[in-house]
Design a protein around this ligand. Structure first.
Ligand SMILES: Nc1ncnc2c1ncn2[C@@H]1O[C@H](COP(=O)(O)OP(=O)(O)O)[C@@H](O)[C@H]1O
Ligand SMILES: [Mg+2]
Length: 500
């Protein structure tokens, strides 16, 4: 289907203008031609009554003796007696016999038309089969006959046609000029609106979700007094409000971060004191009752755990605040080797008996994980903060050990592609629950809170990994299904920006 409505406002306005003009011109054209025609016809009628019935009267005698003196070319005359047309002729100068007149052959319909004319001397339009349109006038003759005289309308028609042709050419040209000029004018008039649109588009591309946002775009010439000016001023006011709100949000965020950092900092000292005292008492006293010893051991363990949580929170608060990180060459390969080494050692410690498998009812049940490395031969280095990166890598590797059963194969790999390092930790464990996959990198997200709290899990590990990755201009990701879970940490080879 053809789209009749133009897509742009500019097109719609131009089209509207052109259609309106064309309609006006059409009305004016029809009106003027009708007026002109009416005026010319009434003049012809005057002529007709001035000419009188002399020619028609003269037809009473032989046609050759018709009186054509002073009669205009094309003058028609007819005489009827007792409702029968007896003679009909027209004056034309072409006759070779010099009688200047020509007999007209009438059809029955022609005769009926002529006889229907009222004899009151008023003029009427009549069309005979052998002649063009005429104005005709009938009068009653002296001897009871009816005399009809006519003058051709051809002059009137051609004049009206000429006017119509001229008007079509003129008005058509005017419409074309109006279309071109109107389009240019509308474009000019809508230019301020375009500026408003551009500003709105620019704002819509800003990411206002988080962080420091400079919302300094404004609509220019918003002081105009027209509709566009009002829209621009409203948009500017709205942008101002949004800017205020963003600034307020940023300050709230900053206060919250500062609070977390301060609180963490303040908690560290008393926590260390609690742990230290518990340790001291435990180490010194042999004479402690068993339940007191148990209580102190718990106090020590829990305060150690709390210390880890506080440290993690403090680190997250620091990363949130965008404090500049260290920027050194860090050997990622080495970090992976260390992390896997530690994980293996932890595996070993948990296993205890040393051979990595235990015999249960004749079958062999693995008690350790199977560790694999898939590293490039050359060491891969990125620039960044060694401690933080080590922590990020260790979190992934530890998770693969802690959250999967013994016997799971864990493969840690590094690939370099297109200026990015991709570190993957893949395991053959049961994987993440589907609802966990999208929020596993959020703070305090744990698969099984009840079970994991006892095993020292906090739900902060992956949040830290993500924050560290983002602080290095990288990202994290996970794809998980039962039997295959891949966590990835992607970092740029060249560090773009460390802090923000
Ligand atoms: N390799 C993995 N396999 C299965 N589940 C995992 C794996 N890694 C992480 N998870 C799930 O993601 C949760 C969040 O991990 P994390 O942020 O490191 O917290 P934490 O390890 O302290 O529980 C874990 O509690 C666990 O349920
Ligand atoms: Mg973890």
């Amino acid at each position: 289907m053809i789209r009749l409505r133009p897509r742009t406002l500019r097109g719609q306005l131009t089209l509207g203008l052109v259609v309106l003009l064309a309609a006006i011109f059409a009305g004016v054209g029809v009106g003027t031609t009708a007026l002109l025609r009416g005026f010319l016809v009434s003049r012809l009628d005057q002529q007709l009554s001035a000419v009188g019935p002399r020619y028609a009267q003269s037809l009473e005698h032989e046609l050759a003796a018709a009186d054509t003196r002073g009669q205009a070319q094309g003058t028609f005359g007819a005489r009827a007696l007792n409702s029968v047309v007896t003679q009909a002729g027209v004056v034309d100068g072409t006759s070779a016999t010099g009688d200047n007149t020509r007999q007209i052959r009438l059809t029955a319909a022609d005769s009926r038309g002529l006889l229907a004319l009222p004899t009151d001397g008023s003029a009427h339009s009549v069309r005979l089969s052998s002649l063009k349109a005429y104005r005709m006038r009938a009068v009653a003759g002296a001897d009871g006959d009816v005399l009809v005289t006519g003058l051709p309308l051809s002059q009137v028609s051609s004049t009206v046609r000429e006017l119509a042709t001229a008007e079509i050419a003129l008005f058509g040209g005017a419409v074309v000029v109006a279309a071109i000029g109107g389009a240019a004018w509308v474009r000019l008039a809508l230019r301020p609106l375009e500026r408003v649109t551009r500003t709105a588009e620019r704002v819509s591309t800003l990411s206002l979700a988080s962080g420091e946002v400079a919302l300094d775009v404004r609509v220019p010439d918003a002081d105009r007094n027209d509709e566009v000016g009002r829209v621009g001023a409203s948009l500017n006011r709205m942008l101002g409000h949004v800017e205020d709100a963003l600034a307020r949000r940023q300050s709230v965020e900053r206060r919250l971060r500062d609070f977390a950092a301060d609180a963490g900092h303040e908690l560290r000292t008393p926590l260390a004191a609690v742990r230290g005292h518990a340790e001291l008492v435990l180490r010194r006293g042999g004479e402690l009752p068993a339940d007191a010893r148990h209580g102190l051991t718990r106090i020590e363990a829990e305060s150690r755990r709390m210390g880890t949580i506080v440290d993690d929170l403090l680190l997250l608060a620091r990363l949130d605040a965008g404090r500049p990180l260290e920027s050194k060459e860090v050997d990622l390969t080495l970090l992976v080797l260390d992390a896997v080494d530690d994980a293996q050692a932890a595996d070993h410690e948990a296993d205890g008996d040393g051979d990595g498998a235990s015999t249960v009812l004749g079958g062999v049940t693995p008690t350790r994980h199977e560790w694999r490395l898939d590293l490039p031969t050359d060491p891969v280095t990125v620039s960044g903060d060694q401690h933080r990166l080590a922590q990020a890598v260790a979190n992934l590797v530890t998770n693969a050990r802690v959250h999967t059963p013994a016997g799971t194969r864990v493969t840690v790999g590094i690939t370099v592609h297109a200026g990015r390092v991709r570190l993957t930790v893949e395991d053959t464990g049961p994987g993440l629950a589907p609802d966990l996959a999208d929020r596993v990198f959020d703070r305090f997200t744990r698969g099984d809170p009840a079970r994991s709290r006892a095993s020292g899990s906090t739900g902060l590990g992956l949040a830290i990994t993500r924050a560290v990755a983002e602080a290095h201009g990288g990202r994290v990701g996970v794809a998980s299904e039962p039997g295959r879970t891949v966590f990835e940490l992607v970092l740029p080879l060249e560090r773009q920006r460390l802090s923000e």
